[in-house]
Design a protein around this ligand. Structure first.
Ligand code: HDE
Length: 701
């Protein structure tokens, strides 16, 4: 140790005298040498070369710092202003660059080039987010996920700002601030962070029957996704596709993940919050780094005004979806995310989406929720990014030519030349003029109704689609919904709020209401509130399930193998090969990061057991020598590793040593607990979850 060369910072701490310090400090000396002379010179923002970035300018050896020190002042002032306001909603997010490629033209419906030029690759920037938590909150709470895509089209930016759930809590934008206030941390106590399981949220919901359909989704496993790569996305509102003649067709947009849709189970989601705050962000980053580019199909539902008139609900009401059994989905293209941002702040933080950004050929519907959004996003960017010139930030700027006569403002980045800054004008040949062809609104006749704060009669049915969703689920999914509502209401201290929610559930499904009432220990079923419209039974839609739609694949999933000194190298190799052949990533977990297998070969593990629980994998294998098996049977992390994998319904393979840990974890043999040599069955089991096991491992409502 004594002979080890110290870093400049270490030398400074240890330096006994200022004379020594002076000798050490020159960044021109040791730091430059280490840099091998390849680094650019450090300068201030004014370009003045900085020769000492370690010591501020002082009046004397031990005297005060001088105000004159512009290097220090500039550096600290900039640092003091590094943060901008986080988004009021969707503050925590992760994003990636990629492209969209159209595979089927919609030219007969729209003049939008992006939807009619097959084979053209359009750059995109896609940001996924949670809604309620702050920017520093965790990735895996129960929450809706944002799914926002900015297409840099030839005709201007198109932002499809959607969610991973096809409906929303409220019908009218005027309620949005109240909804968000209720779900965010309570204003007096400032908790809970990033969670809906508290009184104010459920109080608001109990008074908002229109939220019941969305509540079914938010309490389903859709709100605890396994990966951002395994989420569906929805534009939610109806939009219009507009042809050159102004005629229009309604459209709903859907993203379908190529890896299939997959979620976690609740206990796993809770434990993931402890295991890895950045679970989803890391997963997206690692997949892109490995070249396993996440990708989605873009599909549309197209329908006319006449079709819409036949629906047993109003499609302009964002609390309703159009079952795909009623209007089928047509896949029209795919999105591939293949590049991680170079800088989180410059891109992911500063990107400004806005549903009002649509190219010619796409237009809005009269959905009152969408109409409010058309105002909100531009407005919020002004306070978040601080200047009307936020569109000049590279991530927000269109990649097609753009020109107008908007001028000046804070942080204007362009030197706008010429004498003419108005239109019409006749003084300058190259000043921008109205385009001959460009954005034009759909030709839709206005109605002569009476102005007023009105809700259409057709928005009055609040329960039929909640019932449709619940009754379309598999048994385990129904149990998860009932359990999630029971859990959330158990966190609500106000009895009348809990009872009011159970009252609403009676309109959705009496059995669901009874299960939640029993879970809450209610002696009698509370009254159902009066319903403006009696709910109807719609044909079940299996497309609303997760379990029924999971893909039979291990691609994009992860298998963890618990090993230790003496593990059988052959067995590990066999499992690795089987899992990798099926498309999975394999990671070794061990009590120490360096282990030696039976063949005497040193191996580095990918994760240390104490910090790598089985929650971060989709299936696990335990390969241990007998002595290691005995040793780890007394290790809480190892026992939790297998017990959690079992409780989270994952496939488990174990050899003889591994069986000892299974025994310690009271893991019983079942169709998903297999011998380490039975790779065919293990891989088959790993592709799904062992739903039949669930009643044996947890009490569900
Ligand atoms: Fe948003 N929403 N929202 N929202 N929203 C924002 O814009 C708003 C709604 C959605 O990754 C804000 O830039 C209102 C529905 C996403 O940067 C803000 C209403 C859907 C994102 C805003 C809604 C969304 C936002 C906050 C009720 C699904 C994150 C920061 C009418 C279709 C985008 C910002 C990103 C962000 C307002 C409802 C999706 C305040 C007023 C419905 C994915 O403008």
């Amino acid at each position: 140790m004594a002979s080890k060369k110290k870093s400049p910072r270490e030398s400074q701490k240890a330096a006994p005298s200022a004379t020594k310090l002076a000798g050490d400090r020159g960044s021109g000396d040791e730091l430059h040498e280490r840099a091998g002379g390849k680094h650019t010179a450090l300068t201030t923002n004014q370009g003045i070369p900085v020769t000492d970035n370690q010591n501020s300018l002082r009046a004397s050896e031990r005297g005060p710092t001088l105000l004159e020190d512009f290097v220090l002042r500039e550096k600290i002032t900039h640092f003091d202003h590094e943060r901008i306001p986080e988004r009021i909603v969707h503050a925590r997010g992760s994003a990636a660059h990629g492209y969209f490629e159209l595979t089927k033209s919609l030219a007969q419906y729209t003049k939008a080039k992006i939807l009619s030029e097959v084979g053209v690759k359009t750059p995109v920037f896609t940001r996924f987010s949670t809604v309620a938590g702050g920017a520093g909150s965790v990735d895996t709470p129960r929450d809706v996920r944002g799914f926002a895509v900015k297409f840099y089209t030839k005709e201007g930016n198109w932002d499809l700002v959607g969610n991973n759930i096809p409906v929303f809590f409220i019908q009218d934008a005027i309620k949005f601030p109240d909804l968000i206030h209720s779900v965010k941390m309570e204003p007096d106590r400032a908790f809970p962070q990033a969670g809906s399981a508290h009184d104010t949220f459920w109080d608001f919901i109990s008074l908002m029957p229109e939220a019941m359909h969305m509540i079914m989704w938010a309490m389903s496993d859709r709100a605890i996704p396994r990966s951002l790569r395994m989420m569906e996305g929805f534009g939610i509102h109806s939009f219009r596709l507009v042809g050159a003649d102004g005629a229009s067709t309604f459209v709903k947009f859907h993203w379908r993940p190529k890896l299939g849709i997959q979620s976690t189970v609740w206990d796993e989601a809770v434990k993931l919050q402890a295991a890895d705050n950045d679970f989803h962000r890391r997963d997206l980053f690692e997949a892109i780094e490995k070249g396993q580019y996440p990708s989605w199909d873009l599909a549309v539902q197209l329908f006319t005004d006449e079709d819409a008139a036949e629906f047993p609900f109003d499609h302009l009401d964002s609390t309703k979806l159009i079952p795909e059994e009623l209007v089928p989905l047509t896949v029209i293209g795919r999105m591939v995310l293949d590049r991680w941002p170079d800088n989180f702040f410059a891109e992911t933080e500063q990107v400004a989406y806005c549903p009002a950004n649509v190219p010619p050929g796409i237009d809005f519907s009269n959905d009152p929720l969408l109409q409010g959004r058309l105002f909100s996003y531009l407005d919020t960017q002004l306070s978040r990014l601080g200047s009307p010139n936020f569109n000049q930030i590279p991530i927000n700027a269109p990649k097609c030519p753009f020109a107008n006569l908007q001028r000046d403002g804070h942080m204007q980045m362009h030197t706008q030349k010429g004498r003419v800054n108005y239109e019409p004008s006749s003084l300058q040949d190259d000043s921008p003029r109205e385009a001959r062809a460009g954005f034009s609104s759909a030709q839709v006749p206005g109605d002569d109704g009476v102005k007023g704060r009105i809700r259409a009669e057709s928005f009055a049915d609040h329960y039929s689609q909640a019932r449709l969703f619940f009754r379309s689920q598999t048994k385990p999914e129904q149990a998860h919904i009932a359990s999630a509502i029971t859990f959330e209401l158990s966190k609500v201290g106000t009895a009348h709020v809990r009872e009011a929610i159970v009252g609403h559930l009676r309109h959705i499904d009496p059995d669901l209401a009874q299960r939640v009432a029993t879970g809450l220990g209610l002696a009698t079923l509370p009254q159902a509130p009066p319903a403006a419209v009696q709910p109807i039974d719609m044909p079940p839609s299996p497309a609303l399930q997760i379990i029924g739609k999971m893909k039979d694949t291990l691609v994009g999933r992860a298998v963890g193998i618990l090993v230790d000194d003496g593990s059988d190298a052959g067995t590990v190799k066999l499992i690795r090969k089987a899992a990798e052949d099926a498309g999975a990533t394999v990671k070794l977990v061990a009590p120490r990061i360096a282990v030696t297998f039976d063949a005497g070969k040193p191996v580095s593990a990918d994760g240390q057991l104490a910090g790598t629980p089985s929650t971060v994998f989709d299936a696990v294998a335990i390969v241990l020598s007998e002595p290691a098996g005995k040793r780890l049977s007394n290790n809480a992390s190892a026992v939790d590793f297998v017990r959690d994998a079992f409780a989270h319904l994952k496939a488990i393979a174990a050899d003889a040593g591994g069986q000892l840990v299974l025994k310690a974890g009271k893991v019983e043999k079942d169709a998903g607990v297999l011998d380490a040599t039975n790779m065919k069955s293990f891989i088959k089991a790993a592709k799904t979850r062992q739903w039949d096991r669930e009643p044996a491992v947890r009490l569900l409502a």
